[in-house]
Design a protein around this ligand. Structure first.
Ligand SMILES: C[S@@+](CC[C@H](N)C(=O)[O-])C[C@H]1O[C@@H](n2cnc3c(N)ncnc32)[C@H](O)[C@@H]1O
Length: 446
């Protein structure tokens, strides 16, 4: 334990990994701009990792694939790519971003669709409208969307569902998903689901059309730049699964590199953040059940792991429990709940690392990008704990790169309110800065 803490304390920031000068436009090239996603990778950063640790044709796996940044970068430099995410919305975005469609074919489908998008000619209820109205989540739909918008979104989605080509359907659903936050009263400045009563909500059909026109252009650019070999046999190069990464659907010792950024404990509730898409695309979703398999959620759950293979991790959980019992003589229920959530997080990450050792080839590399945080006065040393766990499940720690997260970047929330523990806006004086750095942990499977 001590040598890991000492090693981390001795690390100096490596400026070359900061990517301070990149603008949002620089990171939104090709299909990376299809859909917003919280805490996504900087494409340049993950490409550099892939290039440093793999050769062409090798298999890169991202078990927490999110919106597919790693996979897209892998394909662009002629690696094979395997992505897994528990979240169906992540799966949809990743499929759409990585599966090119021949530009002419796409343009034909899009213009046919646009021609049919006329609410005046489609006044009767369509199948989506009927489905949404009967769904157990209809109240939620009405909480977020106005009646006119519900009608227009139903029309768009029912026309998408009528399309024959699966890739075109996924492409359009991805665009549809992206506009849902804009076209509802969702507060776009909040990193938690919250309503903005004063929002000027744009009309759904023109917003959707603009989005699809943008994506059509990006698809063409992607099609033109993709290496010939990959383009000719994309299905040989790409696999995406909507699965729990503790059960990656591939053989033992199959993967050359894992390049990933895991969820953080008690930061984003990915399941909640994507609820609008689920309300439309999977209206039967049980929103509470849906969170359960997400690693990093605050939702209490049973975990089969009884022991975390990390002294640092156990000490953090102990300290959270102590702090939770003694704040001003009263119990701090928030911190007490966090102690359980943090234990569960470390335990589930341990299961994930065990799975990573199974799928990696001997000599294979796992590169894990992770930051630390604080809860109350307790430092949650995710990077140190995950390093210790990984060593104890059989990895060799090759090195750790410490990178600064430029303060002007919005990729991660940086401030947490000290009373509630929730992430907050950066102008609140009583808050504490978290995540000023993150770590790239490089591991080798012996
Ligand atoms: C930090 S994000 C990854 C973002 C990604 N690097 C990108 O560029 O989009 C973490 C992801 O882990 C996923 N996740 C959480 N629990 C999971 C699990 N048990 N199995 C697989 N994915 C999970 C979340 O849905 C989320 O997409």
């Amino acid at each position: 334990m001590k040598h890991i803490l000492k090693y981390f304390a001795s690390l100096k920031t490596d400026e070359s990994w900061t990517y301070r000068d990149l603008t949002p436009k620089d990171t939104a090239y090709l299909t990376h701009s299809y859909h917003r996603y919280p805490a996504k990778f900087i494409p340049q950063l993950v490409r550099r990792i892939i290039k440093e640790y793999s050769n062409e044709e090798e298999l890169i796996c991202d078990p927490f694939v999110g919106c597919g940044t790693t996979l897209l970068e892998a394909l662009l430099i002629q690696r094979r790519a395997l992505g897994v995410d528990i979240n169906p919305v992540a799966y949809l975005i990743t499929k759409a971003k990585t599966t090119y469609i021949k530009p002419q074919l796409l343009e034909m489908h899009v213009s046919k669709l646009f021609a049919k998008l006329n609410p005046q000619k489609n006044k009767t209820d369509n199948k989506v409208m009927e489905r949404i109205r009967e769904s157990p989540n209809y109240d939620r739909v009405r909480f977020w969307f106005g009646d006119d918008t519900i009608r227009n979104l139903s029309l768009i989605l029912s026309l998408i569902e009528d399309m024959q080509e699966k890739a075109v359907q996924d492409f359009l659903k991805c665009g549809f998903s992206h506009i849902l936050k804009n076209c509802s009263c969702w507060n776009m400045d909040s990193i938690k689901p919250a309503r903005d009563k004063d929002k000027n909500i744009p009309r759904a059909i023109p917003t959707f059309k603009r989005r699809i026109i943008h994506m059509t252009r990006k698809n063409k650019e992607y099609y033109e730049i993709l290496p010939k070999k990959v383009k000719a046999r994309l299905s040989d190069y790409l696999d995406v699964f909507c699965e729990d990464c503790r059960h990656i659907p591939c053989e033992d010792e199959y993967v050359s590199i894992i390049a990933t950024s895991p969820p953080y404990v008690t930061s984003y509730e990915y399941a909640d953040l994507h609820q609008l898409t689920l309300l439309w695309i999977n209206p039967e979703t049980d929103m509470t059940e849906n969170r359960k398999d997400h690693i990093g959620t605050t939702q209490p759950k049973d975990v089969s792991v009884k022991e975390i293979h990390s002294e640092i991790g156990n000490e953090i959980v102990r300290r959270l429990k102590n702090e939770g019992s003694k704040v001003n003589g009263n119990k701090n229920h928030y911190l007490n709940g966090c102690a359980d959530a943090v234990f569960t997080y470390f335990a589930e990450m341990q299961q994930a690392f065990e799975q990573f050792t199974r799928v990696l080839k001997p000599g294979g590399i796992a590169s894990i990008v992770i930051g630390n945080t604080t809860l109350g006065d307790v430092n949650i040393l995710n990077a140190e704990v995950l390093s210790e766990i990984s060593i104890n499940v059989g990895f060799k720690l090759l090195k750790v790169i410490k990178r600064q997260i430029p303060s002007n970047k919005k990729w991660l929330p940086s401030i947490r309110n000290q009373e509630t523990g929730q992430f907050a806006s950066t102008n609140c004086a009583s808050n504490k800065l978290v995540y000023p750095h993150e770590y790239i942990i490089i591991l080798e499977k012996p």
